[in-house]
Design a protein around this ligand. Structure first.
Ligand SMILES: *Cc1c(COP(=O)(O)O)cnc(C)c1O
Length: 224
């Protein structure tokens, strides 16, 4: 399948989800997750109108960055080891996986400008998932005040792999509620306007529940 054809289908699904929830499609950024695919395929995505690319590993980001440079907006979406921060920090526009203080310290130290970060939350409580527990988010964000190179642009979650649509919806609702709690604080270092949630199999539900960024790999660029 051409990326352009997949993108057309995805945009139709987004339009429907927006209609369901009284939202506008312009509010939603489609991040093409290119971790499984070649640089050629990533280029095809950009040619079909995609602006945002997501990678979950340092090696993948670096390889594609060498070729594409800063033409796309780059999102680092995978769990990030502190020692790798220095290799990606000048290349990324957003880090979606901020989940611990030591990582924030390293980002703040290495950054030469303000980095937009999303705090990763494990809303489902699954053991295998990275991210803060919902009840830890507030105090974690308080701590971010000390880091002048970090802006808490929003929150991110990975929902469990399940076909239980109601459970998925519940997870996304929970993240939205945490976002509203943070926004009420009106912190200048944590505007928290972004909600990064929804992947190939659940992005429509995520949008109905308030996603502003969907991270789509398989359904958009495929898996190889
Ligand atoms: C791989 C990945 C995605 C995209 O997954 P698909 O199911 O292929 O759309 C989204 N977010 C993260 C963090 C990922 O690692």
């Amino acid at each position: 399948m051409k990326v352009a054809d997949n993108l057309k289908t995805i945009k139709e699904t987004i339009a429907k989800a927006c209609e369901q929830s009284n939202r506008r499609p312009e509010e939603i950024k489609i991040i093409a997750v290119t971790k499984y695919v070649s640089i050629e395929r990533a280029k095809e995505a950009l040619d079909s109108g995609i602006v945002d690319l997501g990678e979950n590993r340092e090696e993948g980001l670096t390889a594609k960055w060498e070729v594409l440079q800063n033409k796309p907006t780059w999102h680092f979406i995978g769990s990030l080891q502190s020692r790798k921060v220095k290799n990606i920090i000048d290349r990324v526009d957003y880090i979606h996986s901020l989940d611990r203080l030591s990582l924030a310290q390293e980002i703040n130290k290495r950054a030469k400008r303000i980095i937009k970060c999303l705090v990763q939350v494990n809303v489902s409580g699954e053991e295998s998932k990275h991210g803060l527990a919902p009840e830890e988010v507030r105090s974690f964000i308080d701590e971010m005040k000390q880091f002048s190179n970090i802006e808490v642009a929003g929150l991110m979650t990975m929902a469990p792999y399940t076909n239980d649509r109601e459970f998925l919806r519940e997870c996304f609702k929970r993240l939205k509620n945490i976002q509203l709690d943070i926004q009420r604080l009106e912190l200048d270092y944590a505007p928290c306007t972004e909600l990064s949630m929804g992947m190939s199999n659940d992005y429509a539900i995520a949008i109905e529940e308030g996603a502003t960024m969907v991270r789509i790999g398989t359904a958009l660029v495929g898996e190889e």
